[in-house]
Design a binder for this molecule. Structure first.
Ligand code: SAM
Length: 258
């Protein structure tokens, strides 16, 4: 393992929540709530991630969306995309993905599983997209090589510049007197890929805000903080008026498959 890969893994592991706080949590802080990743309307924003993917897509081409959640990354590519395959370990999110793809009138398939273990179950696609998943992946090099292995033309990763949990660090200090980590970040992810022989182009941008109801953001923040629902008004008060979940400074990492 290279120094960057080792640092990536170590910094991710540092987000562990102390046992006493976890034991007192009414709900698991680690899940991906369906209502947070629901795609009410596919985005039409002209982001580097969308542009790099559509540039490599033939008309009616196929997209593999790894860690699809509700499908935000791939639904934004219809058209030109004509077929979407979503893979995710969450059955609830896969159902959301399927419902949104139906509404968009695009052909689709779902695979229940985690990447890269489930990679052998999916077909090769013209473009592979993977948005906001990397901070869950300790072994980023293997993960990325498996993305390349299923792409006919291009891989596009999108991630926030900073670990998404950093947006709650002040709240952790306030509610639990706990100093949380700050890394890893997108710069380190790019270094891990480079060390793995993946020459990714790095583009930074400010992603548009997602239209998420305020009470959904408050509830998700409360769950992440391991607090009960009766703390919602307090959390609502502490979150800034323009709080976004996660933050918006974003990095697109893309490379061609062959
Ligand atoms: C922050 S959400 C992003 C969802 C979607 N890509 C988006 O941009 O809205 C992270 C997603 O990655 C999924 N996920 C986490 N670990 C994964 C893995 N090893 N393989 C595939 N998906 C994973 C989660 O279930 C969740 O749906």
């Amino acid at each position: 393992m290279t120094a960057a890969a080792d640092q990536w893994r170590t910094e991710l592991a540092s987000w562990v929540i102390p046992d006493d706080i976890l034991a007192a949590a009414p709900e698991s802080p680690w899940g991906f709530p369906v209502d947070l990743f629901r795609v009410a309307e596919p985005s039409t924003a002209d982001t580097p991630s969308r542009r790099r993917a559509t540039d490599a897509l033939p008309a009616g081409g196929s997209v593999l969306d790894v860690g699809c959640g509700g499908g935000a990354a791939s639904l934004a590519l219809v058209p030109p995309a004509g077929r979407l395959v979503g893979i995710d370990p969450s059955p609830g999110l896969l159902a959301e993905f399927a419902a949104s793809a139906d509404r968009a009138g695009v052909a689709h398939a779902q695979v229940l599983g985690a990447w890269p273990a489930a990679a052998p179950e999916v077909e090769t696609a013209d473009v592979v997209v993977c948005h906001h998943v990397t901070y869950n992946i300790p072994d980023l090099a293997d993960f990325a090589h498996a993305l390349t292995g299923k792409a006919r033309h291009r891989v596009v990763i999108e991630m926030t510049d900073r670990h998404p949990m950093t947006s709650t660090n002040e709240l952790w200090q306030r509610f639990h007197c706990l100093t949380r980590p700050t890394g890893p970040d997108a710069t380190l992810a790019a270094a891990v890929l480079a060390d793995a022989g993946i020459a990714a182009t790095v583009e930074r941008f400010e992603r548009p805000a997602r239209d998420i109801p305020r009470q959904v953001v408050v509830a998700a923040t409360r769950r992440r903080l391991c607090l009960p629902a009766d703390r919602d008004p307090e959390i609502d008060n502490l979150l800034g008026a323009d709080h976004t979940f996660p933050s918006r400074a974003t990095t697109c990492l893309w490379w061609d498959a062959h």
